[in-house]
Design a binder for this molecule. Structure first.
Ligand code: GMT
Length: 374
């Protein structure tokens, strides 16, 4: 099949999922065309069967606001027509589903393309619900040939919040467990924790929904009894506040801000516990990647997180903002090596048995095939 993929190219879950999906589809012999405004983060080397079409932003004095949605629709039209796409798969509804629908309508006399929209999170739970966007999102979902959501939680939210014609199909996120596995990272570990301290880790885009500052408070609580290091990977709006709070609490020497990193499997491999204290999370891809590296996750009881972590088996789930409980769970694992090792094994098993790339990508292929046949 010839498949167009529209996504955000940035350091974020929906872009990661779209890019990894495209790479895997290309390996399986499909021709994949990425359409976005910059080279997707994980598309950093030559891959057979993969093409990248950059959306250019028009600049004109009258356009006070950038017209990305229209520029994107224009580029999609080109790619559908000249590359003869069969499928257009857009990730994150705003504005991709709307631009995709517009492009599909404009080219329909020349070429029929099936439009698949995958919902990832705040396109449904936050920004999509704004009165300005809600009717646009609802319309574009109703007009898509198929809508998928990355968790049951998100599918339910879509049906209730947008009263869509059809319930989205749940296709969960995935991880390549051959790439994400626990590996020897002794050198990194020694650099971060020279006195063999245990390591807590958090990976995100540091947006307010991730509650990065909570990870600092959890570390502060744990440090009262146990020497640890907290490693924070990623960057974004809440980084400065997290740095400030760690200085204010006097624990900045125990907290390492690594910024954006590509070597995630190596870095995750040094960690003992992953913290995900999010206030909204439709799936929690970062948690899944950690689990694949044998890192038990402590997360909140929100959104799709409980669909990924099994409480008291491969991680723990707590209420939003319950710092004391999350710290207690950290200590429960750190002070009990046998329990930690059991959780670590089960976390890896869950990633391999339920969410490996080889199990999930065929679900997208089957969906595309069914749309082409119908
Ligand atoms: O929805 C967002 O705010 C952004 C989006 C992204 O591009 O990172 O994140 C969502 O998609 C990920 C991939 O499907 C999920 O793993 C994240 O849980 C989800 N984030 C939120 O729901 C906040």
């Amino acid at each position: 099949m010839k498949i167009g993929i529209v996504c955000y190219p940035t350091y974020g879950g929906s872009g990661v999922v779209a890019t990894e999906l495209g790479i895997e589809l290309a390996k399986r012999g499909h021709e994949v065309h990425f359409i976005t405004y910059a080279q997707p983060m994980r598309l950093d080397r030559f891959q057979d069967n993969i093409f990248y079409h950059e959306v250019e932003q028009p600049h004109y004095p009258l356009f006070e606001f950038p017209l990305y949605s229209l520029a994107l629709a224009g580029k999609i039209i080109d790619v559908i027509k000249y590359e003869q796409l069969d499928i257009l798969h857009v990730h994150y509804a705003i504005p991709h589903a709307i631009s995709g629908f517009l492009a599909k309508e404009i080219v329909k006399e020349d070429r029929h393309v099936a439009l698949v929209t995958t919902l990832h999170g705040t396109d449904i739970t936050l920004i999509g619900l704004e009165p300005t966007f809600l009717p646009l999102v609802k319309f574009s979902l109703d007009q898509s040939d198929a809508v998928t959501a990355v968790s049951k939680f998100l599918a339910d939210k879509t049906s209730t919040g947008f009263k869509t014609n059809h319930e989205p199909i749940v296709i969960p996120n995935f991880v390549d467990t051959n790439v994400y596995h626990r590996m020897e990272s002794t050198k990194i570990r020694c650099q971060i924790a020279p006195n063999d301290e245990k390591i807590l880790i958090h990976v995100s885009n540091f947006r307010p929904v991730k509650r990065v500052v909570d990870t600092i408070h959890i570390a502060h609580e744990v440090l009262k009894t146990t020497p640890i290091k907290l490693v924070l990977v990623g960057d974004g709006p809440d980084r400065a506040e997290a740095e400030r709070v760690s200085r204010e609490l006097g624990i900045h020497e125990h907290v390492r801000f690594l910024g954006k990193q590509n070597a995630l499997p190596e870095i995750l491999s040094i960690a003992d516990i992953f913290l995900m204290p999010s206030q909204s999370e439709s799936f929690g891809l970062a948690a899944l990647e950690a689990m694949a590296c044998g890192v038990p996750v402590i997360g909140t009881n929100l959104g799709g997180i409980p669909e990924v972590i099994t409480h008291s088996e491969n991680g723990f789930i707590a209420e939003l903002g319950d710092i004391k409980r999350m710290a207690k769970y950290v200590l429960e694992l750190l002070n009990n090596p046998k329990k930690w090792s059991d959780f670590s094994k089960k976390a890896r098993q869950r990633a391999v048995n339920e969410f490996d790339i080889s199990l999930i990508v065929p679900k997208y292929e089957a969906l595309y095939q069914s749309l082409l046949e119908s």
